[in-house]
Design a protein around this ligand. Structure first.
Ligand code: GDP
Ligand code: IMO
Ligand code: MG
Length: 428
């Protein structure tokens, strides 16, 4: 199978960036297909740390990197991130970075709305405040400005008027000042040439690449439990994060995604609000947060931590068609005497083995745990399966059984090369 799609199987921050970076030396093209700069993907290569939010992680290895039509793009952020990563010694040019000309833009009005809504809400979502939700609302509302519009002043002007007509009452209701459309037009015209330099019909390029036998690696953002349909709605992001979106969000047909590699953290974390059945608010939770350095890349918020939830990941395996997983951050469990895995739940005293759709029911789930022995040895930096303590191997094997998918890769530190390959997703 030629292509591989990497998706997060939990609530994001599973280590997608690290794995995409590692896998990208086996690929020719790396494609983002949803989300925006709400994502935070951290890559550690020697003593260099790259923090990517919008650029596909393949840029670091110099691979052709495509921001697909399914992504919402803040053009100011795009240019800034290109500058930051270039300053770290990575060459980014229109020859290795392509922006789909039909992707929709995130504008300052979206960020304003996102932040004002969160400030006013009684039940906050805990968004990243970067305008993601409002930008997708305008996309499906058919009033978004798209990348290609930057080349057409008349279209841009008319679209800004249409957008402002929609946003004016929303802003008023939230106590925001009127938005200056003329200033926005001038700013967009100013940055248009720089952004348009990267723009082209990305679907066409991808089609040609695939026909030429090139291997494509799709890079998901967020995680399956943040999917707008399948996640813990409304405590989700505003895009489909599941593997199926790789096709629609890039313009490649349904066979495009190929082998689906679910990235799975050896425990569970979540940033922002919403149900989290295995959350730990005790010292074990704090231990996971401290040892795992669980702080958001984008907002710096502490991530909530909890035991591994096999029921959730089993659901992700089904929703995404996961063929194999990359298990990350096993090293964070080093030294914990006992480990718990959630195998299912009870709801009002009755067993249930999946996450029900209703928010109330999700909040009432009681996890059913199985206890395993921990290990005193270190797994950090292990590069071979043989280096793992017996109890760590048992933990991994039990996870495989419970989620119904094999572990194809194991990550044992943030470093690129601290990665154990059991089955090559590109060969499977
Ligand atoms: P992403 O959003 O899925 O790309 O994940 P993030 O980059 O937001 O969060 C994962 C964090 O864990 C990053 O800081 C990585 O450097 C780090 N990381 C990735 N894999 C491992 C691992 O196996 N062990 C440890 N200790 N850290 C890891
Ligand atoms: P990566 O790609 C973890 C969460 C936010 C919030 C919810 C909605 O690094 O895994 P949004 O700004 O998208 O409207 O926020 O989704 N969220 C993430 N959580 N990792 C991410 O990305 C996230 N992107 C958004 O915290 O709960
Ligand atoms: Mg992240």
């Amino acid at each position: 199978m030629a292509n591989v799609t990497v998706i997060g199987a939990q609530w994001g921050d599973e280590g997608k960036g690290k794995l995409v970076d590692w896998l990208s030396n086996r690929a020719d093209v790396v494609v983002r297909f949803q989300g925006g700069h709400n994502a935070g993907h951290t890559l550690v290569v020697g003593n260099q740390v790259f923090k990517l939010s919008l650029l596909p992680s393949g840029v670091v290895q110099g691979k052709l990197s495509i921001i697909g039509n399914g992504v919402v793009v803040d053009p100011w952020h795009l240019l800034k991130e290109i500058e930051t990563i270039a300053a770290q010694g990575v060459a980014i040019t229109p020859a290795n970075l392509v922006l789909a000309d039909n992707a929709c833009l995130i504008l300052p009005i979206h960020r304003d709305l996102d932040q004002a809504r969160e400030a006013a809400a009684q039940n906050k979502i805990g968004t990243t405040g970067r305008g993601i939700g409002p930008a997708y609302e305008d996309k499906v509302g058919r009033r978004a400005i798209r990348v290609a519009d930057l080349a057409d002043r008349a279209a841009l002007e008319a679209k800004i008027d249409r957008l402002l007509a929609h946003h004016a009452p929303l802003r008023k209701g939230l106590g925001l000042p009127d938005f200056d459309g003329a200033a926005l037009l001038a700013e967009l015209e100013g940055l248009a040439p720089k952004v348009l330099a990267y723009a082209q019909p990305a679907w066409r390029l991808l089609d040609a690449e695939v026909k030429a036998g090139r291997r494509v690696l799709f890079e998901g953002a967020q995680g399956a439990l943040l999917d707008v349909d399948h996640g813990t709605y409304p405590y989700v992001t505003s895009s489909n994060t599941v593997a199926g979106q790789a096709a629609a969000g890039s313009g490649l047909g349904p066979k495009g995604p190929g082998y689906v590699l679910g990235i799975v953290k050896a425990y569970t974390t979540r940033v922002g609000e919403g149900p989290f059945p295995t959350e730990l608010t005790d010292e074990v939770g704090q231990h996971l947060g401290t040892v795992g350095r669980e702080f958001g890349t984008v907002t710096g918020r502490s991530r909530r931590c909890g035991w591994f939830d096999a029921a959730l990941v089993r659901q992700s395996v089904a929703l995404n068609g996961i063929a194999g997983v990359a298990l990350t951050k096993l090293d964070v469990l080093d030294g914990l005497p006992k480990l718990k895995i959630c195998t299912g739940y009870t709801l009002a005293g009755q067993p249930i083995d999946y996450l029900p759709a209703g928010l109330k029911a999700q909040g009432q789930l009681q996890p059913v745990y199985e206890e395993l022995e921990g290990w005193a040895e270190t797994t950090q930096g292990a590069r071979s399966w043989r280096d793992l303590p017996a109890n760590a191997v048992k933990y991994v094997r039990r996870i495989e059984e419970l989620i119904g998918a094999p572990v194809a890769l194991l990550s044992t530190s943030p470093q690129r090369d601290d990665t154990i390959l059991m089955r090559d997703p590109f060969q499977d």
